[in-house]
Design a protein around this ligand. Structure first.
Ligand SMILES: [Zn+2]
Length: 411
């Protein structure tokens, strides 16, 4: 039934798309080499390009649009093509049997909402129904739900915040959230540690923040593989604000950790919290009393904590020891469960400089709300990319332990 609804939605969107003439150009995944290392490194900070998570090999991985090749050639770069059509590659490996599957087997937005309903229907005594916490720019509802004993009562228990799909092309993060929600609810009453957690914590989940961007990916790439990251703000000549650069702490601190250029993938918007989606998250978080926040993204096998940029306080928070200890525990449990060694640290150290992100605001804003210990987990490796093969969706199930262990680290 859900599939049927999704297909109906798909046809509707497909019709709308044809009417509006929307056609998103596909990307090529390329490995770019400079004339020297210095020139090559410049690419990492070139906000005219969609720089991908790097894999430790020589060269710089870029998702290039057709227009980018002349740009690179004119500057003397050369490149190897890894996937000529990245969207097509993602969609084809997401096939179910012989036919291409809707969204590569990842939940559509309709299915995300239905899955929340199902969890509540099956576990009404330890979950709330999903509830609206606000609307996106295009007027779509952003939903949250809570898992705890006595779910309709605000008990004096530690509150934890889990979210995903602030970046529209990272559906693997959302699947991890659902695997964890299913784990908590299915194991309750039989697994003692899960039972203790659900009885003594209040877990809040927002599986899809950037609904507009996710629906846009479905409209352009219904079989999965859509590469849209930002929201759908019309900037006049380009679209989209990177919601994870739009938060109001150290917003626009410099042009290294976010971009002032509207067309850039890391465009921070016209002002702090200029976007409805970040306002919704801000208001929701300020209405609660969260102690830990887990912001799920893909990919790179990383666990990140504040500060995002080295330019602010040397990149080290006053409570760096606490962050390092907690991240170390997360790393340990991930490795224990699936063997993957996640790299831990602040973004500037293990990835690149970031400002205006959810992590830094969660910890740094201590006036309108208490400080939160936030982590950004980049789920999956370089071969997973943004749209992992279907068998990797279930493999994500193995990564649930750290979420449980983390909430036990806190007093
Ligand atoms: Zn992301």
């Amino acid at each position: 039934m859900i599939r049927m609804l999704s297909l109906l939605l798909l046809f509707t969107l497909g019709f709308t798309t044809a009417q509006a003439g929307i056609d998103a150009p596909h990307h090529s995944l390329i490995r770019v080499f400079g004339k020297n290392i210095t020139q090559e490194k410049m690419l990492l900070h070139d906000d005219m390009l969609d720089v991908m998570p790097q894999d430790g090999q020589p060269g710089v991985l870029i998702a290039a649009l057709p227009g980018d090749f002349a740009y690179l050639q004119n500057r003397g770069y050369r490149w190897d093509v890894i996937h000529q059509d990245l969207e097509d590659f993602y969609a084809r490996r997401g096939r179910d049997g012989n036919s291409l599957d809707l969204m590569g087997g990842f939940k559509t937005n309709v299915e995300i909402n239905a899955a929340m309903d199902t969890i509540h229907m099956q576990h009404p005594t330890i979950t709330t129904a999903k509830f609206v916490i606000g609307q996106t720019l295009e007027g779509n509802n952003i939903y949250a739900m809570k898992i705890s004993d006595n779910p309709d009562i605000d008990e004096n228990e530690i509150e934890l915040f889990y979210n995903s799909l602030i970046h529209a092309r990272e559906p693997g993060a959302m699947e991890v959230l659902f695997l964890f929600m299913n784990y908590l609810t299915d194991q309750y009453g039989t697994n003692q540690s899960v039972t203790d957690l659900v009885d003594n914590r209040e877990f809040y989940f927002v599986p899809c923040i950037n609904v507009d961007g996710y629906l846009y990916n479905q409209s352009t790439n219904p079989n999965g593989g859509g590469m849209w990251r930002k929201n759908r703000r019309n900037n006049g000549g380009s679209f989209g604000v990177d919601l994870n650069r739009n938060f109001g702490f150290n917003w626009g601190y410099d042009n290294n950790g976010s971009s002032p250029t509207p067309a850039a993938e890391t465009y921070r918007g016209s002002g702090p919290f200029s976007e409805p989606e970040t306002q919704v998250i801000r208001n929701f978080v300020e209405s609660r009393n969260f102690v830990v926040a887990m912001n799920y993204h893909t990919y790179s096998n990383l666990v990140l904590y504040p500060w995002g940029t080295q330019a602010y306080q040397g990149g080290v928070t006053p409570e760096n020891d606490v962050f390092a200890l907690m991240a170390d525990s997360i790393q340990h449990y991930i490795q224990q469960v699936n063997g993957a060694v996640y790299t831990i640290g602040p973004p500037w150290q293990v990835l690149y400089n970031v400002n205006g992100d959810c992590n830094d605001w969660s910890y740094g804003e201590q006036g309108t709300k208490p400080r939160i210990f936030p982590f950004t987990t980049e789920v999956g490796g370089a071969s997973d990319g943004f749209w992992p093969a279907q068998n990797r969706i279930s493999a994500a199930r193995k990564r649930i332990c750290p979420r449980i262990c983390l909430s036990r680290v806190m007093p």
